[in-house]
Ligand binder design. Structure first.
Ligand SMILES: [Zn+2]
Length: 158
């Protein structure tokens, strides 16, 4: 059995917060606002995995109202979710992601992001890809007010 999962997330960018993608920190004056560390890419990947396995969504598992998740390491949340998905008998076919941000540029750290996601999901780096896009100056992403991420995964179960 094969199941596809789609995840999408958006965070406001604000000064004095780290800009994180899959736990990789970019030197940038602004970062993602959020109850957790705000890692927009980790969140999109979590929702893709949960969607494909029909195990819920990130807001259900880690409610922002719960102080336990304040400033949580989102890559740790991803590892917890992967453990659950794996326990349900699923293995990962592949994961493909898009990060949309006017700045900073994703490409210089792309391999680090792929490696971090592959490690968290206990898979080979060739099963994980990440592309960077800009907002072409349009909308909140284009104006540098927000960063967005999309993730698509395939899960397989015998
Ligand atoms: Zn989020």
């Amino acid at each position: 059995m094969i199941r596809a999962g789609l995840g999408r997330d958006l965070h406001r960018l604000t000064e004095g917060r780290p800009f994180l993608l899959a736990g990789i920190r970019f030197p940038f004056p602004k970062g993602e606002e959020g109850h957790s560390d705000g890692d927009v890419l980790a969140h999109a990947v979590i929702d893709a995995l949960l969607g494909a396995s029909a195990l819920g969504d990130i807001g259900e598992l880690f409610p922002p109202s719960d102080p336990a998740w304040k400033d949580a390491d989102s890559m740790e949340l991803l590892r917890l979710v992967w453990a659950r998905v794996k326990a349900a008998g699923w293995s990962l076919g592949n994961l493909d992601c898009v990060v949309i941000a006017e700045a900073p540029k994703i490409l210089p750290r792309r391999e680090d992001i792929r490696a971090a996601l592959a490690a968290a999901l206990e898979t080979d780096i060739t099963a994980v890809f990440v592309k960077g896009k800009t907002g072409e100056g349009l909308g909140p992403v284009g104006q540098g007010l927000a960063v967005e991420a999309e993730a698509l995964c395939l899960l397989e179960r015998p």
